[in-house]
Design a protein around this ligand. Structure first.
Ligand SMILES: Cc1ncc(COP(=O)(O)O)c(C=O)c1O
Length: 434
């Protein structure tokens, strides 16, 4: 029985995370550096990076050695008391990122964002919070809503105002989402609009939306959010699960100079091993251990701070600290080459297209400008053509996840030759798709 049939027999849909259910459905069996191999030993140059964690490339040896030495040294998950590895990781993160005065460790980005919301509610005594249409902040019941929607589901663009809640899946009780307010990204007036009507505990946003391609902040937007948070008393949470460590040691907050009250990290922090972090101001974070249980949100998890994942994070951060300048410069050089090459591929064919890039992350749209928010992208981008190009690239041995607008990630293991090859194939695929 082939691998697809076997996976469908006992795993619903054949995958453990539904966004892996794509067409073509390839089963990968090996990865190294910038490459993936499928179960038939075909090689692909990878620009998916498993939805972004593999910043240094697959199976980075220093990170892998850190994990295997945890096992060789007979470290284990003790489940009691503090642990040297956790302390080392916390010291490293808090030492390097000024707006992270204290940090706690979880397993997934979704756990970190859900805890950030609970913590904000506990700190402010308010219940409501704001998210962005087109933003993704994890799979927890309240946060899992409104990423990709049709106009029929959410209506035309409103500003100031908010959109109806659309849960990402069945089984979520919509009445529980009555505290969630979905607004446009890049729209400060809608923040005011919601705050005038409801007691808002928190606003959570990716500083750069990276789940509908790459949609960046307009001049003054993130600092405007900071000012509104200070004025109106809500907690500003940057969800840096995707942007953290990929763009700088201090994440996008370091690049834009705006300090959130709380920040979540995941993905690139351990180059592919499962760990996430919630950090921020000590006065907020200390509530997690408040003496008064009625003020203390629950942080609990058998595998929180698992030594293998913590060791992977320490090793990743060591690399980024000791060679960070070199690594980020290399990533930026590759990113620039990819951006210029893709732009040229559109221009030389007279195809209307835009390439948006942030360091090593890039996206392309069949529209004449970079989208400013979800509605802009939804109404102008050609989604079918986008997926068709991705599928053609996969046939040519270049792996772009075949989901329209999904951001592509370059790793430090890629070379300029890899980028050149990708760009050449991108042009050929544009020709083939038309
Ligand atoms: C910005 C952002 N936040 C949170 C999450 C959830 O992270 P995880 O899938 O590790 O639960 C993701 C995952 O893609 C994400 O992109």
């Amino acid at each position: 029985m082939n691998i697809h049939k076997r996976s469908l027999q006992y795993i619903p849909g054949g995958v453990s995370s539904l966004n892996r259910q794509v067409s073509p459905s390839l089963a990968f069996s090996k990865a190294e550096g910038a490459y993936l191999w499928d179960s038939e030993q075909n090689r692909y140059l990878d620009f998916h990076a498993a939805f972004a964690p593999h910043l240094l490339g697959h199976n980075e040896s220093q990170v892998n050695n850190a994990v295997t030495s945890v096992i060789a040294n007979r470290s284990s998950l003790y489940g009691s008391g503090p642990n040297e590895l956790e302390i080392a990781l916390a010291e490293s993160v808090c030492g390097d990122i000024k707006h992270v005065e204290k940090v706690t460790m979880l397993n997934t980005g979704s756990e970190a964002t859900a805890l950030a919301i609970k913590l904000s509610r506990a700190a402010t005594g308010r219940k409501h919070f704001i998210v962005m249409q087109g933003g993704y902040n994890g799979n927890s019941d309240e946060l899992a809503c409104n990423v990709f929607n049709t106009i029929a589901e959410i209506g035309e663009r409103v500003s100031p105002g908010e959109y109806p809640i659309r849960p990402l899946g069945a089984g979520t009780v919509i009445s529980e989402q009555r505290y969630v307010h979905v607004i446009n990204y890049n729209d400060l007036e809608s923040v005011r609009y919601v705050c005038k009507r409801y007691p808002v505990a928190a606003l959570i946003t990716e500083p750069v939306l990276q789940n509908i391609g790459i949609v960046g902040p307009e001049e003054g937007y993130l600092s405007g959010l900071r000012e509104l948070a200070d004025e109106l008393g809500f907690v500003l949470i940057f969800d840096e699960v995707k942007t953290g460590f990929r763009h700088a040691l201090g994440g996008y907050a370091e690049l834009c100079g705006v300090k959130p009250d709380l920040v979540t990290y995941g993905k690139a922090v351990a180059n592919g091993y499962p760990i996430s972090l919630l950090g921020g101001k000590a006065e907020l974070m200390d509530l997690l251990a408040d003496d008064d249980p009625s003020k203390r949100p629950l942080v609990a998890g058998t595998y929180n701070g698992h030594p293998a994942a913590v060791a992977a994070a320490i090793a990743t951060l060591e690399i980024l600290k000791s060679r960070g300048g070199e690594v980020y410069a290399h990533l930026d050089t590759l990113g620039r080459a990819a951006e210029a090459g893709l732009r040229q591929a559109f221009e030389s064919r007279n195809i209307v297209g835009t390439v948006v890039r942030l360091g090593s992350a890039f996206s392309f749209y069949f529209m004449d400008h970079a989208p400013r928010d979800f509605h802009d992208m939804l109404t102008n981008h050609d989604f079918e053509r986008d997926v068709a190009v991705r599928r053609a690239l996969i046939s040519a041995g270049i792996y772009f996840i075949p989901i329209a607008t999904k951001q592509c990630s370059i790793s430090a293991s890629h070379t300029l030759d890899d980028i050149q090859l990708m760009v050449e194939q991108f042009g050929k695929c544009l020709d083939a798709v038309g």
